[in-house]
Design a binder for this molecule. Sequence first.
Ligand code: GRF
Length: 187
Amino acid sequence: MANLAVFASGSGSNFQVIAEAVLKSSHSVACLICDKKKAYAAVRAQNFGIPCYFVSYKGKKREEAEEEIIEILKKHDIQLVALAGYMRLLSPVLVDFLPNKIINIHPALLPKFPGTHGIEESYNSGDKELGISIHRVDYGMDTGPIIIQKSFIRSGEESLEEIEEKIHALEHQWYPQVVLDLLDDIG
Ligand code: GRF
């Protein structure tokens, strides 16, 4: 049995599917970390009865906010962190707290289109093959070692909304599975 923490800043649809999958396993989603008070992910956590911690970065150095997060991770004996729409770059303080045990999902085929506009940028590119990347987190922006990538070929007729839907469907299909596999490896 291993303890997972999810970090989210927004809607939390990936948090939702991860929580549903982990609930059916022997592992635990011990907490959600949010940096945005109004994140819908917090409502989802409440519905699951999963503790949600709001950690503000306002008026603090990033490392100071991360020290608060590390205390929460220690309190819940967290062994794996899944970033799921967490709109912050982690500093070495947090990355080195759980080496190789922090993962992220990105809505494009890295190393193409890193950063916050992965879907729009890949949609606007001429690329026929679009997809998602799940990777370990290092000090860079979406630069860590890839765990898996999943893709599809677009016809070119799809709207941005339709492509977004396809990307999110891939995320929801694969992120819970990767999280469960990593939790199983831990114990
Ligand atoms: C996802 O598209 C993920 O790839 C990106 O942020 C989005 C989060 O969506 N990093 P949600 O909050 O899980 O619905």
